[in-house]
Ligand binder design. Structure first.
Ligand code: E4P
Length: 215
């Protein structure tokens, strides 16, 4: 399973990259707006840290405008993936860009029907937002299962990025289901390697070791 960080913060990305388990990055307009750095320079900095897919979102609304914006974003770095929201115009742009060899991450996906169309349009990645679905009383992980089944039934090549992750349980469920990728916020990533029994175990080993080293 590939792990991406869902962040545009250079310090967070650097720290997680240093753990050796980071495969890519997803950003969105909200995450970019939290940073002080100029947009293109920020994207270049992120691309210098992680040698993997870096999703950057197009904010245009018509197919032609999305295509133009995507082409100029894709020219920034070979690892850039264009995030396009799932709309009729976004779908048209996804088909055209995918045919040109520009990788698309179809975002804001909340139903299996949207995912099926994204895959047929050639999206390299499909991002179901599990946390936002859970927030309104639906099951985000059920959607992930449905999308994986659909892709599998027809050997569709898109990869599922489990997005809008709120806690480590989302990541583990995604891994058990065989989702290709989870994009995980920094605070959730930090929680993933912590366990109280590990801390207690280290404390006990160190205490016992003091007896050995005193000999
Ligand atoms: C995905 O690529 C999005 O950036 C992200 O997961 C959105 O998550 P949120 O619901 O926490 O904003």
């Amino acid at each position: 399973m590939k792990i991406f960080i869902d962040s545009a913060n250079v310090e967070q990305i650097k720290e997680v990259a240093s753990w050796g388990i980071l495969d890519g990055v997803t950003t969105n307009p909200t995450l970019v707006a939290k940073e002080k750095t100029e947009f293109k320079s920020l994207i270049h900095q992120i691309c210098d840290i992680v040698d993997g897919p870096i999703s950057v979102e197009a904010v245009s609304l018509t197919a032609d405008e999305i295509i133009n914006e995507a082409r100029s974003l894709a020219a920034l770095h070979r690892n850039i993936v264009i995030k396009i929201p799932m709309t009729e115009e976004g779908l048209k742009a996804t088909k055209k860009l995918s045919d040109e060899g520009i990788k698309v991450n179809m975002t804001l996906v909340f139903s299996p029907a949207q995912a099926l169309f994204a895959a047929k349009a050639g999206a390299k990645y499909i991002s179901p937002f599990v946390g936002r679905l859970d927030d309104v009383g639906h099951s985000g992980m059920e959607l992930v299962g449905q999308i994986l089944d659909i892709l599998d039934n027809y050997d569709l090549e898109s990869e599922v990025i489990v997005a809008s992750v709120r806690h480590p349980g989302h990541v583990i469920e995604a891994a058990m289901m065989g989702a290709h990728i989870a994009t995980v916020p920094y605070d959730v990533l930090k929680k993933m390697f912590r366990h109280p029994l590990t801390d207690v175990g280290i404390e006990r080993f160190l205490k016992d070791w003091e007896k050995v080293s005193g000999r």
